[in-house]
Design a protein around this ligand. Structure first.
Ligand code: G1P
Length: 298
């Protein structure tokens, strides 16, 4: 008889990146606090995790990222004022969109040594249990959310699960890329290999790692001794390749649309897509967008 996989209780958000691609906007404001419509990018990822039943939220931050910590705290003056003025909807919206007391931890990466190093910085808080990992720059619009879909896949298969999606072949060198083996169902396949930022001609497929993972705690032992890889950084993908020799990895082709908010065009697209999805904004926004797209030059 097989035992059910252990529950995923904790999630790691690496949020220490400098955001140099968005200067001057990110000189003072962390890039994760840039808004898509009226919500910071990081909040979409946190709400996706809350929806998936995650109980503890670990932010791997760095210097100058204090606004993220404040954002997920209670804003006592603001909230009591909203309550006193009877602005119940705004009050409830703030109350419902932060982790409960004691459910968020913050640890500093100290040095920008790469994603693998950022994840390793969370090891003491995660301990010896499987955990979720979410890269908030990759904003995924889907119902149910991508993390809920990932956990359902993990509950069925156990092991490690990596969200993947197809991109045009000429973009594969920007990402981690997977090679797939056995098909479990139309969305879920065994991973047989991975490579971080391959040359276009060397990529095993056009299926990229999309920034959502379920990982077993044994990843930390591999990260501990991981040598720098692509870009001179300690790469999570390289440690996943080592762990692939010992444990199963499933690739999950999630149902949803990704906006890479680490990229200006991706970020702008996210704002348009999320605004068009809002019943309170779309009727006023759509005609303006139509006019602008008709009159604009390429
Ligand atoms: C990271 C991962 C990469 C993944 C990408 C998704 O790269 O290392 O495997 O495909 O996120 O955004 P980064 O964007 O940090 O260079």
């Amino acid at each position: 008889m097989t035992t059910a996989p252990r529950k995923i209780r904790k999630i790691v958000f690496p949020v220490a990146g400098l955001g140099t691609r968005f200067l001057p906007a990110t000189k003072v404001i962390p890039k994760e606090m840039l808004t898509v419509v009226d919500k910071p990018v990081i909040q979409y990822a946190v709400e996706e995790a809350i929806e998936a039943g995650i109980e503890h939220f670990v932010f791997v931050t760095g210097r100058g990222k204090g606004a993220i910590e404040d954002h997920f705290d209670m804003a006592f003056e603001l909230e009591s004022t909203l309550k006193a003025r009877g602005k119940t909807a705004s009050f409830e919206m703030l109350e419902g969109s932060r982790p409960p007391a004691g459910a968020a931890s913050f640890v500093r990466q100290q040095e920008p040594l790469g994603l693998g190093h950022a994840v390793w910085c969370a090891r003491e808080i995660i301990g010896a249990e499987p955990f979720a990992l979410s890269l908030p720059d990759m904003l995924i619009q889907s119902k149910p959310g991508c993390m809920a879909q990932m956990i359902e896949t993990y509950n069925a298969r156990g092991g490690n699960v990596v969200a993947v999606e197809e991109v045009p072949h000429e973009h594969v060198n920007r990402y981690g890329v997977c090679a797939l083996g056995e098909t479990f169902n139309e969305r879920t396949h065994a991973i047989t290999g991975m490579v971080e930022k391959p040359k276009i001609e060397d990529a095993p497929s056009n299926l990229i790692i999309s920034g959502r993972y379920i990982l077993q705690p044994e990843i930390f032992a591999h990260l501990e001794k991981q040598k720098p890889g692509a870009g001179g950084e300690i790469q999570l993908t390289d440690s996943m390749i080592s762990l692939l020799g010992e444990q199963n990895f499933s690739a999950y082709k999630f149902d949803g649309t990704t906006y890479d908010c680490g990229d200006k065009v991706g970020y702008l697209s996210a704002n348009v897509a999320y605004a068009l999805d809002r019943p309170d904004l779309a009727p006023a926004f759509r005609p303006i967008l139509d006019r602008l797209t008709k009159s604009s030059h390429p």
